[in-house]
Design a binder for this molecule. Sequence first.
Ligand code: 3AM
Length: 175
Amino acid sequence: MSTRRLFFGIGLPPTIQQEIIAWRATAFDAEAGRPVAAANLHLTLAFLGEISAVKATDISRLAGRIRQPPFSLAIDDAGHWPRPGVVWLGPRQSPRGLVQLAELLRSQAARSGCYQSPLPFHPHISLLRNATRPVAMPPRNFHWQFDVTEFSLWQSTFSQGRTRYNIVESWPLTA
Ligand code: 3AM
């Protein structure tokens, strides 16, 4: 049976995506880590793993029933997790709407049989990978802000040595 590697996430508005990659190029040394491709920048809400088409359909149906208003997301924090080797951007304070959405998707995923990590949800946009050595972190003097008006199901594929994330389906957040 064929499976796909899927997760729920939030993409970035194109202008902010471009601003972040321009800032990243100046903010970190080349050896700090491997930059995540611009098109792959996202904030993960719930990781589903390798799942069958039947399970994906089931989970998509549940996601389509979510009724939540849009919320504003500020990107004003950064950090380094040496063990997974990730340098990330995220909000200093998580908006309630973001936490609610992630918790709902995670509980739906768990009920559909997708293992969910017991670690608390820490919203982040992975910027650099393979960053396992100490990283000189830039000052947190940035502030990007945007309205999150939809969330998406993403597929992760690996070919020719590259990981690509593609949006499979999106659902609007409506007041
Ligand atoms: O880029 P981030 O870190 O937000 O870390 C993986 C990535 O998110 C995460 O899912 C996103 C797409 O691959 N991920 C991968 N394996 C995972 C796992 N076993 C995982 N998250 C939780 N558990």
